[in-house]
Design a protein around this ligand. Structure first.
Ligand code: ZN
Length: 300
């Protein structure tokens, strides 16, 4: 009889554990957050490297690792790169797995940063430090969010405000309002509330090195103008979609008025000589606090 009673008891336990886990991973997400990762537009941060043409890859690699850039550093300021802050509704969507940080994990990461003495600063603060030698706190850190996903509005922003962290959100302006992306009214609302710099991520999230001069100008200048018209604030910075850039791209970016640009080159050393190749640290998706902490250690 005892033998017969145990399996149902175990079953109940398993069901309870399952309910707890699934409640944690789904929170109360609006339906819009449960959409699969958009496939046609290439919005996948570093994974994208694999999708670049060989020619593009060559350009990127040639320009990404100049010896001068690796040697010279004026200051160590980690710039973290996040994409989704939300659970992955489709475990088969591997691309999204690597880019999704669960909100619980995200909050843990912010708590860890506070406990370890980090103080959030803005890209503008870093730029002013590099160019005007304006002082920064002893352990500055910048939180950046690529692609303007809608979970930034629902999940990341409230947690950022709770811990009083500043952030920079890089927006591909042509994707605003599409499924899984923030709308202009969300961006305008956050911009008014404060705590977030909205900066450019191009218009259509295209690899910039493969574009014609005209297309490149439209991606760099068009995105800037549209963002400024919606937020009423000056747009000074850009993150290269797919981390793809070369000397032509940095030249046009400077010409249309950008002051600096964020790359996907790994590290936390920043230099006034390489304002258009600021380094960043991609926060791995579906990860743990020890991995997060070790990524920060590896970068310096
Ligand atoms: Zn992107």
């Amino acid at each position: 009889m005892t033998k017969l009673l145990l399996p149902p008891a175990l079953l109940v336990l398993v069901i309870l554990v399952f309910i707890t886990i699934s409640r944690q991973s789904n929170l109360n997400y609006p339906a819009s957050l449960l959409l699969p990762t958009p496939q046609p537009a290439q919005n996948f941060g570093e994974i994208i490297d694999q999708k670049l043409s060989p020619e593009n890859k060559k350009n990127q690699i040639q320009f990404s690792l100049p010896k001068e850039a690796t040697k010279h550093s004026d200051i160590n300021v980690p710039i973290l790169t996040y994409h989704y802050v939300g659970g992955n509704p489709n475990p088969n969507d591997k691309a999204r797995n690597s880019l999704s940080v669960d909100p619980f994990q995200f909050e843990q990461e912010l708590t860890w940063l506070v406990q370890n003495g980090y103080q959030s600063v803005t890209l503008k603060d870093l730029y002013n430090n590099l160019t005007l030698v304006k002082p920064l706190p002893s352990k500055p850190i910048i939180l950046s969010f690529d692609d303007g996903y809608i979970d930034f509005y629902y999940n990341a922003y409230p947690i950022l405000r709770k811990y009083n962290f500043e952030a920079v959100s890089f927006i591909p302006t042509g994707l605003v309002g599409k499924p899984a992306y923030m709308t202009w009214s969300m961006i305008e609302e956050i911009s008014k509330l404060g705590g977030v710099e909205f900066e450019s991520h191009g218009v259509n999230h295209r690899g910039l090195t493969s574009l014609s001069d005209r297309e490149l100008l439209e991606e760099l200048e068009g995105s800037r103008k549209v963002l400024e018209s919606h937020t009423g604030k000056q747009v000074d910075f850009i993150a290269y979609p797919y981390g793809s850039f070369d000397l032509r791209v940095t030249g046009v970016a400077q010409k249309v008025g950008y002051k600096a640009a964020a790359s996907t080159i790994f590290g936390d050393s920043q230099s006034k000589d390489w304002l258009f190749a600021l380094r960043r640290i991609k926060v791995p998706g579906m990860s743990t606090l020890p991995v997060f902490a070790s990524r920060l250690r590896q970068a310096s």
